[in-house]
Design a protein around this ligand. Structure first.
Ligand code: COA
Length: 153
């Protein structure tokens, strides 16, 4: 069951960089796409519990650049709700395709994104091992490749 929470557009000054870094450990990378992204905050009561960054590549393609739910609020349906919100928002803004990328080791995220309707369309081999200084290991798997998922909306 999905919990009741509200989602609103915020400014980059209001964005919780610490929360965004739970999805992308590279702060410089986050700052490089923050300026050009639509930033949405999920709130439950007066608490900020989630964040979503939507980026327009062009008129037809939007990308979820970052999605994160605060640890204490995970596994309650908020992540799925943010994905559904992103799909509706991208459609409302005229996009025809929505993209999201993750790592080969992010098994839970791959599950969640496919459950939300995304399809794996491409693998960028050695993306993470070539770009990040230290190895990233999740679920006992080396995060090596970038997995790109897309959805026609
Ligand atoms: C990924 C994330 C946003 C999901 O948010 P969430 O609120 O926990 O997601 P939901 O509760 O909507 O999860 C929906 C389903 O996916 C599963 N799931 C979500 N994230 C998972 C994970 N990391 N590992 C295993 N399963 C996961 C849930 O168990 C649930 O399954 P169910 O519907 O069959 O019960 C959240 O785990 C998070 O912020 N992680 C850290 C940041 C991150 O990794 N961002 C994405 C980078 S690509």
């Amino acid at each position: 069951m999905q919990a009741a929470a509200s989602i609103r557009l915020i400014t980059k000054e209001e964005a919780d960089i610490g929360l965004l870094m739970e999805a992308d450990p590279d702060e410089a990378m986050i700052r490089s796409y923050l300026d050009d992204s639509l930033i949405f905050e999920m709130r439950e009561g007066c608490r900020s519990i989630g964040c979503l960054l939507l980026f327009s590549h062009d008129k037809t393609l939007m990308e979820i650049k970052n999605i994160a739910v605060a640890e204490a609020y995970r596994n309650k349906g908020h992540g799925l709700r943010l994905l559904q919100f992103a799909i509706e928002e991208a459609r409302r803004r005229g996009a025809q395709k929505l993209k999201i990328a993750t790592g080969n080791s992010s098994t839970g995220q791959l599950y969640l994104y496919q459950k939300a309707g995304f399809k794996i369309t491409r693998i960028v081999e050695d993306y993470f091992t070539n770009r990040y200084p230290a190895p990233i290991v999740e679920n006992g798997i080396l995060c090596r490749h970038q997995v790109i998922l897309e959805m026609l909306i």
